[in-house]
Design a protein around this ligand. Structure first.
Ligand code: ZN
Length: 422
């Protein structure tokens, strides 16, 4: 490699280090950046000048941070136009998409109802169309997209980017969502399981912010969990870490969609709860009806949800012994059932986990609601170092002012868990 080229490579590497520090801190002065990156003040000054000239980094005063005497230092942060992240969340019956800047500020969001489970092609078409619509509405140059994060409601094979179990998501068998979406959207795509993305989002922006060991449990039409351990999303060897829904709790129980018998899902997923209520109610109870019955204090519905909490908590008690988390965050559609569900989980953990493990863990409701997985898909991109390498163009995007209600970083970028996601 000639000298000029190796100097260019080194400079790019240093620039990425600086961008990474800035993304993590949100705002920093030049001397703070020198300390954070280990680069000299002179190198930081020179790299910042480059990035300013390209509109990627901007200067501003930050009066709140300056408490000392004398002239306040000049602070730097990433310009909102530095790069765009795309998030797509395929839920069983809905597709959600969002655009965000690299500090995870959402600048556009859309969703539509569609049968995701049984038709991958229709779901992918809907997602691509909505992403195109968001680019147009937010006036974002598609060339500035640094990556796409995608959530799917099933275990994802980490090597191939395909759904790891065709029994769980039959309509997606053999489909390489990662490759198909990369081709359709012209950007680098990372696919992950929905519970993993919920875990990443809650640990970065929600109920687990600032904590390093967090378990996120997703209770809805399925039962799954995502683990953030040591501040990083834990996938396991094949991407199956956290699949608690298929822990066997009744050896002679009902046959599960995975082919085993008596899995936790067969007694604690939404379908099982609705089936339990059918004889008493005399008709098929919808999810909405189940949740409103619980909210109104209906005894049978409250019992069904509490029993599901006890069953889930029994399995989580063993998980608490195994990984000793600080928080257990409950999300997914059934989390709306609230205290009867969470109380059941807490009761089982207190009873079956080691006292130390039970004391260490707080069982809380997720803060991000139905958007958790979508925000996690965005975080896959905004927290990946690869997205910083993708910032290598002279053009910049102009975002419109955020629309009230739908936009804004859920918790700011400063406390985000930095997860190396690839
Ligand atoms: Zn199963």
């Amino acid at each position: 490699m000639d000298e000029e080229r190796s100097e260019g490579v080194l400079r790019q590497r240093n620039r990425v280090r600086l961008l990474d520090a800035l993304r993590h801190e949100g705002t920093a002065s030049r001397s703070e950046l020198a300390r954070l990156t280990g680069l000299s003040r002179t190198t930081v000054g020179s790299l910042v000048s480059d990035l300013q000239a390209r509109g990627i980094v901007i200067e501003h005063d930050d009066g709140e941070r300056h408490t000392g005497r004398g002239r306040p230092p000049v602070y730097l942060s990433l310009d909102r136009s530095a790069g765009v992240a795309v998030g797509i969340d395929f839920d069983h019956d809905r597709v959600r998409v969002a655009l965000a800047d690299l500090s995870s500020n959402v600048v556009g969001e859309d969703d539509t109802e569609i049968d995701v489970d049984h038709s991958a092609a229709n779901a992918i078409d809907a997602a691509v169309e909505m992403v195109g619509g968001l680019h147009a509405t937010a006036d974002v140059d598609e060339a500035r997209v640094v990556g796409v994060g995608v959530g799917l409601p099933g275990p994802i094979d980490r090597l191939t980017g395909t759904v790891g179990s065709t029994f769980i998501l039959p309509g997606w068998a053999g489909i390489k969502a990662q490759d198909v979406l990369a081709e359709r959207l012209g950007a680098r795509v990372q696919v992950d399981n929905d519970a993993n993305l919920g875990a990443l989002a809650e640990a970065s922006f929600g109920a687990g912010r600032g904590l390093s060991d967090v378990v996120y449990v997703r209770l809805g039409s399925g039962v799954g969990a995502g683990l953030v351990l040591g501040g990083r999303l834990h996938h396991g060897a094949g991407g199956l870490a956290g699949e608690i829904g298929h822990v066997q709790v009744r050896p002679d129980g009902a046959v599960c969609r995975c082919g085993n018998r008596g899995c936790l899902e067969t007694i604690a997923a939404e379908g099982a709860l609705r089936a339990l209520l059918r004889p008493a109610r005399g008709h098929d109870v919808t999810r909405r009806e189940l949740l409103s019955l619980v909210a109104s204090g209906d005894l049978g519905s409250t019992r069904v949800v509490n029993d599901a909490g006890l069953a889930v908590g029994r399995v989580l008690a063993d998980l608490c012994n195994a990984v000793n988390p600080e928080a257990l965050i409950v999300g997914g559609e059934l989390a709306e059932a609230g205290e009867p569900l969470l109380g059941g989980i807490r009761e089982a953990i207190d009873r079956y986990a080691l006292p130390g493990a039970a004391r260490a863990v707080k069982v809380v409701h997720g803060e991000l609601g139905e958007r958790a997985e979508l925000l996690g898909a965005l975080a896959l991109v905004t927290q990946s170092t690869d997205s910083l390498h993708a910032i290598d163009s002279e053009t910049v995007v102009q975002f419109p002012d955020p629309a009230p209600g739908r936009t804004g970083c859920p918790a700011g970028g400063k406390e985000a868990v930095v997860a190396e996601t690839s």
